[in-house]
Design a binder for this molecule. Structure first.
Ligand code: ADP
Ligand code: MG
Length: 253
């Protein structure tokens, strides 16, 4: 791995969000998509961001990912205030510190899985042989070693999401941001994906922030449930997730 700090001990808070606001102006109307959210996420925690449709979950996640800029307030990830980063630093942040998965997978259709997965490393200027071997390794990790030369359209939804997870993982980010990652999957396939996300959290020590509107899913996997309504944080609860491989989990899947 070229720039990997995944092995560092998890001490400092991974994320500090202070009085975060993201307002959209739509003609005369002002939409307060995110409206004064403050929260701290310790490194290594698995957090679920819950709320009904339109409550601001994706807006918060995109701000954490550095894909969008706040109207006011700040996002500090590993002591870096995203608002103070230069364009290049922000690009590096997106490439090395965060991995992201979406409800709609967002794979590039005319590329093979191997090409999709190695893309972030190409931007990181990793040489070709290394990219190739690491893409294969990441695909093997999510059980897709026999699909490296397939295109996304030749795969099931669950396989596409597994490839998207491999891509999110490839630069060894410390932070995994997932926006409704099981939203387009049946429950069995969704469970498979969630078990992988949990494995990344527990075995690789990645901090996970997962957006979902499904409370049952969040309760099963997350250590903490954060509730949004109308762009505001309206609840923050400690949760005891079901342990990996427990009987209760097997019964429910
Ligand atoms: P959620 O992910 O919880 O469904 P979003 O963060 O997508 O919610 O949206 C929160 C609110 O902000 C909604 O009212 C939505 O319509 C609005 N919104 C989101 N993105 C934009 C945008 N680019 N322009 C205008 N309004 C937006
Ligand atoms: Mg959303």
């Amino acid at each position: 791995m070229s720039v990997s700090n995944g092995a560092e001990p998890n001490v400092a808070p991974a994320i500090r969000v202070e009085e975060l606001c993201r307002h959209y102006r739509m003609g005369e109307a002002l939409i307060r998509a995110v409206d004064g959210v403050s929260l701290t996420v310790p490194a290594g925690e698995f957090v679920a961001l819950l709320g009904s449709s339109g409550s601001g979950k994706s807006s918060v996640l995109n701000l954490l990912a550095g894909l969008d800029r706040p109207t006011s307030g700040s996002v500090i990830v590993q002591e870096k205030n995203l608002a103070q980063l230069s364009r290049e630093e922000l690009a590096r942040y997106r490439l090395h510190t965060v991995g992201m998965v979406f409800q709609s997978f967002n794979l590039i259709p005319n590329m093979t899985l191997a090409e999709n997965v190695e893309l972030p490393m190409r931007f990181a200027e990793v040489d070709r042989a290394k990219r190739d071997s690491m893409a294969r390794e990441a695909l093997a990790r999510v059980g897709l070693q026999s699909r490296v030369n397939h295109r996304p359209s030749e795969l099931s939804g669950g396989e596409q999401q597994r490839a998207a997870l491999a891509r999110a993982l490839i630069n060894r980010p410390q932070l995994l941001l997932a926006d409704e990652p099981t939203g387009n999957l049946d429950s069995r396939t969704g469970t498979e994906i969630m078990n992988m996300v949990r494995e990344f959290n527990q075995q690789l020590g990645m901090t996970v922030v997962m957006v979902t509107h499904e409370r049952a899913l969040a309760e099963r996997y997350a250590q903490r449930l954060i509730f949004l309504a109308d762009g505001k944080l309206v609840g923050d609860e400690v949760n005891s997730p079901v342990a990996a491989g427990s009987v209760a989990e097997g019964e429910r899947s």
